[in-house]
Design a protein around this ligand. Sequence first.
Ligand code: ZN
Length: 657
Amino acid sequence: MKSLWNDKEASEYKSDLALRVYTSRLLGRDKSLVLHGGGNTSVKIKVKNILGKEEDILYVKGSGWDLETIEEAGFSPVRLDKSIELSNLEKLSDPQMVNELKTAMTNYGSPAPSVETILHAIIPFKYVDHTHADALVSITNTPDGEKFIREIYGKKVIVIPYLMPGFDLARYCAVEFKKSMNKDIIGMALLKHGMFSFGDTAKESYERQIQLIDMADKFLESRKALNLSYAASKKPVEFNREEISVLRKNISKAAGSPMILFSDTNNKSLHFANDKNISKISQQGPATPDHIIRTKRLPAIGHDVAAYVDDYKKYFERNAPKARDKKTMLDAAPKLVIDKKLGIISTGKSIKDAMIVSEIYDHTIDIIYRAEILGGYRALDEFDLFEMEYWDLEQAKLKKSGSAPVMQGEIVLVTGAASGIGKSCVDAFLKNGACVVGIDINPDITTIYKKEEYLGIVCDITDEASIEKVLNQAVLKFGGLDAIVLNAGIFPKSMPIAAMDISTWNKVMQINLTANVELLKLAHPLLKNSPKYGRVVIIGSKNVAAPGPGASAYSASKAALNQLARVAALEWGKDGIRINSIHPNAVFDTGIWTDEVLQSRAKSYGLTVDEYKKNNVLSTEVTSHDVARLAVEMCGPAFAKTTGSNVPVDGGNERVI
Ligand code: ZN
């Protein structure tokens, strides 16, 4: 491990706080030191207050900030005197501590200071750096952990036994620090937790942290436990989509809301899931308290998914009596599942949350194997785990979280999603918190959104094998399917029946009708297992109720699709699946309606373009966003008791009314 300090780079950070930002980011760059909001740093600065009086202010990392991307605003200014005085109290509950620290801030708009603030305050150095380095927890989560640490560091660090983060830990460290501090000491090693380093300058404190962790790395290297390799698996991943959707349904039920399940099928996770000792090594809890906050307890093991679900029930029963009330147990759903075929399946209320759990566990696997080499992985005991899971502060966080977006944790498939109404639907569902799988024959589909919530796949919907692939990918990335928007369709050029070209007719039927039957058939097992029950939204057409001459193939295909929807509503009602149709008309903000086409059409009716666009009962323009808004609504609570309905979005059409 090398210091990333660069004099030229550092010279651009002028103030003490700016340098604090610089070295915090250097720490954040290395994921083996800090992961997703883990770790924290601080600096003590003299500041003149509004009355002209000088005060010592502790700028400590605020909650919600990541060291890698932190800015000056991410540090909470807390009065140092009060923070130190608090450490002299005999007792202070953690919620009280949070209150005292918040009210000791000098800027009400700053984020809440870290729960480790008092720890930073009691260390009498200007700069303090704290990480939850993989190397340190690998070494200390072992039977001889403390012995190893004393062997590695000698007189360089103060050793602190495991205590839950919060007031008790801070108080313990304050006493130990006063007792043991001398000129040789450059850090404080917290067993099964992490490392503190300190110094008079940003560089000194940062480089001491690197030096200390490098010593841990060297120790691991000497035991051949630093860089581990995982054998590549030769077999392609095979799995049963429906089983995963059942698992998701059960976990969602336990969590109290729809959950995303993300499968990481890399070599490391598959190697781990197939380890012959998996039931032992996977059951001993997270590597650091910080990881518990993110992952909760590691779940019961599933050699296959069905077995997992059974074990999970036992897990729930075992822990339920300890919960303070029924409500808190709702969040006790497992955060990840270990599966022989899929490796690690992580869960979250959003794909981002699930991927954080996934990355944390990726590091945990390294930590477990290293610890096994050093004598056996021994994480926190049952009591410590439980205490951490039901920590007052964690419970407070749960209660605070406000109302979620209407499609939070749900997965929607949109066909014909690269443009027009389809693209607007993708947009609207993403904005309402859903994960979206967009499919289209247009290759642009893969790149229209660059975010984890979106999965764009090139797909010819008339090809069954391609649809199978899409559903597999959707389940691997998100865990299931809650809703489908059947939007893909073609509108051939005007053709009277007397001059019908049958191959055109067949093509329209194949894309607008038959492909949808196939997709519905394959998706039904997934929709059936949707935690909030499946939904299908069909983008129909005004032509169903009011066809036009020259459009027989299109009108007939949409009318048949409408009949298909009605039959599906009847057949799938017992599964709770709702199928509703939207009938748009004159939606002109789509690819086919160029200015030129619009002008010529308007002219043929003797209207201006504007008059032509608003040629409906309400004299209003209908856009693809209006259609998309209704599609989202049809998947939400407003349509919870409605199936088989037909709703126009056309500004009012005299022939339909
Ligand atoms: Zn910590």
